[in-house]
Each structure stands twice: as C-alpha cells, then as structure tokens.
Design a binder for this molecule. Structure first.
Ligand code: GDP
Ligand code: MG
Length: 163
C-alpha cells in the first residue's frame, strides 16, 4: 500500500490548494463545497517519481476559533496518526499564529516527522515568515507557493527519504 501523507495546518493557509496540486483529478472523495473541507479528502498524489496518498484535513474557515474542536480535531488527529509524514502548512505572509502552534503540537505529540511549508511565498513576500517558522523546531522551512508551484523540488527532496 502507498504511504499516507497528511496535509495539516490552520484554516486558510493553502492546504487544499496543495492537495489539489499534488492529486489533480485522482481524487477519492470530493467535498461539494469548494474552499471548505469538512471531512478528510484522500487522493493518490504524484511528485516526480514519488507516489503516496495525500490526505487533506478539515478547515472550518467560517469559524477559525473553533478550528480545533470536536469533529475537526478528531479528523486531523486520525489523519496524522495514519500518516508516515505530515506536511505542516503555514501562511508565510501572516507569520506564525497561536493556532499554528496548536497544530504543531498535535503533530509533535504523535511523534510524526513533519515538513514545514511556508506557503504563499511568492517573490519576496513571505521571506520573514519562512525564517520565523524555524522557531517551530521542525527543521528547515521550505519557502513555498502551492498556487504557483514554488518549492516543489525542495518538497521532493525532503519527502523522498521519509517515504
Ligand atoms: P485551506 O483552508 O488551508 O485548505 O486553504 P485553501 O487551499 O482553501 O486556500 C485558502 C486561500 O489561500 C485561497 O484563497 C487560496 O487561493 C489562497 N492560497 C492558497 N495557496 C496560495 C499560495 O501559494 N499563494 C497565495 N498567494 N495564495 C494562496
Ligand atoms: Mg481546505
């Protein structure tokens, strides 16, 4: 079976955009409301010659303060538990927030290897946020753009030895 890779992070950081880039049309379970992921979505992902199952996790954009409550938290914890690796996505333009730290704790508590993607880093936007993300203690953050494809080679290099 293919290893699972969970895409984790607070709402609106770009998780589903990354999922769509990795999975394209090879989607197992589609949510009918774009931009809102209420349940886990899984799909066969391709990155160079790597094959894995990408798992998108919920983000209730309309109620971020409730983001770690109840069903969403359980879904996220289950996705992390089943995964070989987590892609931990932050918004490099916004910088680290307390909610980012909470999601980082979920990953650390399960002892899963994580790759930090400092997303929305186009041009020089997000450079400071990418540097700030070192403080998570999860290794070198990758300046990334799920929308434009920046950082895909670095993601490949980081992910390949973990799968
Ligand atoms: P999720 O809630 O974490 O799944 O985030 P989404 O993938 O739904 O994206 C939230 C918003 O951020 C959308 O408006 C996206 O178009 C935008 N977004 C996602 N990735 C990028 C990126 O790499 N750069 C920029 N500038 N915006 C992005
Ligand atoms: Mg989403």
């Amino acid at each position: 079976a293919l290893s699972k890779v969970a895409i984790v992070g607070r709402p609106n950081v770009g998780k589903s955009t990354l999922f769509n880039r990795l999975v394209g049309r090879r989607l197992a379970l589609v949510d009918d409301e774009p931009g809102v992921t209420r349940d886990r979505r899984e799909g066969e992902a391709r990155l160079g010659d790597l094959r894995f199952v990408a798992v998108d996790t919920p983000g209730l954009e309309e109620a971020p303060e409730k983001a770690l409550e109840g069903r969403m938290r359980r879904q996220t914890e289950k996705a992390i538990a089943e995964s070989a690796v987590c892609l931990f996505v932050i918004d490099a333009r916004a910088g680290l927030t307390p909610l980012d730290e909470t999601f980082a704790d979920l990953i650390r508590r399960q002892g899963k290897p994580a790759i930090v993607l400092a997303n929305k880093a186009e041009g020089t936007a997000g450079e400071a946020g990418a540097v700030e993300a070192w403080s998570l203690g999860m290794g070198e953050p990758i300046a990334f753009s799920a929308e434009h494809g920046r950082g895909m080679d670095e993601l490949y290099a980081a992910l390949e030895p973990l799968l």
